[in-house]
Design a protein around this ligand. Structure first.
Ligand code: 5GP
Length: 220
């Protein structure tokens, strides 16, 4: 009988990619977490957003963001080129459509480092594909210290970011999972557990239907 046993396909094409949305207030470690998750998992890619905000020192165009200007951004909105977009502080941020659709179609998981507005829009557009994770700092004091350590922002910007942090945190209950980023490796481990469990979700494995049908035939 063993040679007629159906095999459970584990190849990528047999799985539907998920949209893993990570939100948190600035400084809670979300960007570092998402970058590390991608380094550890070759089938996970990061959605690179477009923004009109200027690049910070060390940021690379096309890697951290696609840095663009207002006119070009508005043109892309008009051409329906974004999955979602939002105005955060005085700048536009948006998720370009093409790269995401291509990745999902070949069974890759796409990580989104976006705020609650983007998370809401994506969840509305693709409720079955979206998994929402909120990253909380262990304390607001720590968050402020981390923002100060970046030492790139003015006092006014830091105050503005702290106000926004509280506004962002107020949306935590809209998320499927919440991670408190007390220590980095623990938070990363939790994020990887979420990824593994969500990959096993029945609806992301369309091949199961055929597999079970074959299973049922085994007894004739
Ligand atoms: P930052 O300027 O610190 O890189 O990001 C500011 C905020 O904009 C963060 O909360 C970040 O998650 C959010 N953001 C980045 N990209 C996008 C995007 O494509 N869409 C939305 N809605 N928010 C984004």
């Amino acid at each position: 009988m063993s040679n007629s046993r159906p095999s459970a396909p584990r190849f990528r094409g047999g799985r539907r990619g998920m949209m893993l949305v990570l939100s948190s207030p600035s400084g809670a470690g979300k960007t570092t977490l998402s970058k590390r998750l991608i380094m550890h998992n070759p089938d996970v890619v990061l959605s690179v957003s477009a923004t009109t905000r200027p690049a910070r020192p060390g940021e690379v165009d096309g890697e951290d963001y696609f840095f663009t200007d207002h006119a070009a951004f508005e043109k892309q909105i008009a051409e329906d080129g974004f999955f979602e977009h939002a105005r955060v502080f005085d700048h536009y941020y948006g998720t370009p459509k093409d790269a995401v659709e291509e990745a999902l179609s070949v069974g890759r998981d796409v990580v989104f480092d976006i705020d609650w507005q983007g998370a809401q829009q994506l969840a509305k557009k693709a409720p079955r594909d979206v998994v929402r994770v909120f990253i909380l700092p262990p304390s607001l004091k720590l968050l402020e210290d981390r923002l100060r350590k970046r030492a790139q922002d003015s006092e006014e910007t830091i105050n503005g970011r702290m106000e926004r942090a509280e506004a962002e945190i107020s949306h935590w209950e809209e998320y499927d999972y919440v991670i408190v980023n007390e220590d980095f490796s623990g938070a990363l481990e939790e994020l990887e557990m979420i990824l593994r469990a969500e990959r096993l979700r029945r609806t992301r494995r369309p091949w199961l239907r055929g597999f079970v049908k074959e299973l049922m035939k085994e007894r004739g």
